[in-house]
Design a protein around this ligand. Structure first.
Ligand SMILES: *[C@@H]1O[C@H](CO)[C@@H](O)[C@H](O)[C@H]1NC(C)=O
Ligand SMILES: *[C@@H]1O[C@H](CO)[C@@H](O)[C@H](O)[C@H]1NC(C)=O
Ligand SMILES: *[C@@H]1O[C@H](CO)[C@@H](O)[C@H](O)[C@H]1NC(C)=O
Ligand SMILES: *[C@@H]1O[C@H](CO)[C@@H](O)[C@H](O)[C@H]1NC(C)=O
Length: 544
């Protein structure tokens, strides 16, 4: 399908179409179920790409409210050991309805009660909640589409028709960026994180396969693995899937805290597009069979108008067709696919995984709850302070590891804490997703989520649709309004349920959430990398 090829030509006619759809959600929803998926995607992409005029605030508001962007959290150098990078406010004059988060909860509740009823009467009759409901439905529809790309073949038995071509890019697009590790951000030297094929330094205390991995190391980890993929081909004519190993996250990371113009930030990305436009495979399918892996959040590549945070890479027309794998997707872009944040665990063998599974399933979890994080004093809307207070006021049940005072500097302190607890609180930070969600899953600690965008709307290939199998959801609005005490709430979860969730996490999910080491030889298990590759191949084999 030609997604944005004809976008320019038919823009005006589609705009009329979209406006009509907006006036009547009823019609839209009826239409949605009749039109083929391809056309639906076309509409989705159109809606978002011209969002400033057509759907405008509605979409932005939802994501703003879920992301706390109206209070831009500012970092001061040196205070954040486990720094999380702030994202640019989309709307500084945050006219955000406090009801929106509650609405999301409602819609999520409806979806939970009846996951088949994408189009419910309730959504149409909800008055002012329509837009939010619509936005949430769109997200859910997209995840459904992305889940339909999941390959049901578990193991690659043959590479027939599955050639993977890894571009040999000029070094300025990847290796040279790694070379700038000493000067990447002002308060830390990044270089040690790039040792051991970007897994970082080994952590002997935790056993085989544990390393001090940085949360932004995914681009290198993925590249190293792709180069060794059994289906890698060196002749582009034999390839089905084309991987562009541009380290776009490192590219922008080096400018985040330097005073440079937006042109400077965009330069390398634009050079890359020029480079690709001279390549036959890129032109042949308009980029649809190409994949990029970007180890930062989507918002870092979607700078709006006169803002200054990030690049415009993912907003460029030329970038719309290809698939982008990110640690956090933009919820309304179907070609943004969330894949797990890298954890500290990079098993080499099946045994490494089994040994760790036994370790955490047998762990005597002495405390009910833990929270490892930092408060957000500059963002009063953020629920972290409330959770911290509830946690420290019952220290027999809840343990708080203060990341502001360096408590989280050592990965082993965090992992050992999580291994000792039944539940791990995972409130949003500067963006909804958290690497810590994956650290807790990998430790067998049940994540407690407060925002559906933290995981449910992010990782369709690695986390199942039924999130009650592996997590507890508490709406952040309830916390903000002090309607819930998190300790009391979690005490009510029956032991049986906790054990079921934990078994599911440890045995079903864990192997697929970790990235094996660069020479990993997994036979029994599929790790996050193989799942991703299989699905990408499955996807490109169905592109026309
Ligand atoms: C925010 O928007 C409102 C209404 O558009 C306006 O009256 C107000 O001055 C704006 N506030 C800021 C801080 O820009
Ligand atoms: C939230 O919505 C309810 C009903 O829709 C309304 O009565 C209430 O005033 C709203 N609250 C805020 C803070 O806007
Ligand atoms: C950033 O650079 C511009 C142009 O050189 C200068 O005018 C501005 O004051 C600088 N800002 C900071 C915060 O240093
Ligand atoms: C966490 O550490 C910071 C910095 O040392 C401190 O200001 C804050 O009070 C601590 N929080 C708690 C709840 O102890």
């Amino acid at each position: 399908m030609a997604i944005s090829m004809s976008k320019k030509k038919s823009k005006s006619s589609k705009k009329v179409e979209t406006k009509q759809l907006q006036f009547s959600d009823t019609i839209l929803f009826k239409v949605l179920y009749r039109i083929p998926a391809a056309i639906f995607l076309l509409i989705l992409i159109f809606l978002w790409s011209s969002s400033t005029t057509v759907i405008s605030g509605k979409f932005v508001h939802v994501c703003v409210s879920s992301r706390k962007l109206n209070n831009l959290y500012c970092l001061s150098a040196g205070t954040q050991p486990n720094f999380e990078i702030p994202i640019q406010a989309l709307n500084n004059n945050g006219s955000i309805s406090p009801n929106i988060s509650a609405s999301i909860k409602e819609v999520v509740d409806i979806a939970r009660e009846d996951s088949n009823s994408i189009i419910g009467n309730r959504v149409q009759n909800n008055g002012s909640d329509d837009e939010v409901a619509f936005a949430v439905k769109v997200v859910e529809k997209q995840l459904e589409v992305q889940r339909s790309w999941i390959s049901n073949k578990n193991h690659v038995t043959s590479c027939e028709g599955k050639g993977i071509y890894v571009y040999d890019l000029p070094s300025k697009f990847n290796k040279d960026l790694v070379g700038q590790c000493g000067d990447m951000i002002p308060w830390t030297n990044f270089c040690m994180y790039f040792n051991n094929d970007a897994m970082g330094e080994p952590i002997a205390k935790l056993g085989n396969g544990w390393y001090h991995t940085h949360q932004y190391a995914l681009e290198l980890i993925f590249h190293t693995r792709a180069l060794k993929h059994p289906c890698r081909v060196y002749d582009e004519n034999e390839a089905k899937l084309f991987y562009v190993p541009y380290y776009g996250g490192l590219d922008i990371l080096r400018w985040h805290f330097k005073n440079v113009s937006n042109d400077v930030k965009d330069t390398l990305g634009l050079d890359l597009i020029k480079w690709l436009e001279n390549k036959k495979p890129w032109l042949k399918n308009s980029g649809k069979d190409h994949v990029f892996v970007l180890g930062k959040i989507s918002w870092d590549f979607r700078r709006k108008n006169d803002a200054s945070w990030g690049t415009r890479l993912l907003e460029l027309d030329q970038m719309q067709n290809s698939m982008k794998l990110l640690i956090e997707r933009q919820p309304w872009h179907v070609n943004d696919i969330g894949i797990p944040h890298p954890t500290y665990f990079h098993p080499h063998s099946d045994d490494d995984i089994i040994t760790w599974q036994l370790n955490i399933i047998r762990s005597n979890r002495k405390s009910l709850i833990s929270f490892a994080g930092a408060a957000r004093p500059d963002a009063p809307e953020n629920i972290r302070s409330i959770l911290i207070n509830q946690c420290i006021s019952d220290d027999t049940k809840c343990r708080f590891l203060n990341c502001s005072s360096g408590g989280c500097d050592k990965p082993e302190s965090v992992i050992e804490l999580f291994r000792d607890c039944e539940f791990c609180l995972q409130p949003p930070g500067d963006s909804p997703t958290r690497k810590s969600v994956f650290d807790s899953l990998v430790s067998g600690c049940i994540p407690v989520l407060f925002d559906p965008f933290t995981a449910y709307y992010q990782y369709p290939w690695h986390l199942p649709e039924d999130h009650s199998k592996y997590s507890v959801f508490v709406d952040q609005e309830e916390v903000r309004e002090m309607k819930v005490n998190i300790v009391e709430r979690l005490m009510k979860v029956p032991v049986r349920e906790r054990e079921d969730m934990r078994r599911f996490i440890v045995y079903e999910l864990l192997p697929g959430l970790v990235y094996g080491d660069s020479n990993s030889q997994l036979q029994k298990f599929q790790d996050a990398f193989s799942i991703t590759m299989n699905n990408l191949l499955h996807r490109v084999n169905r592109i026309e």
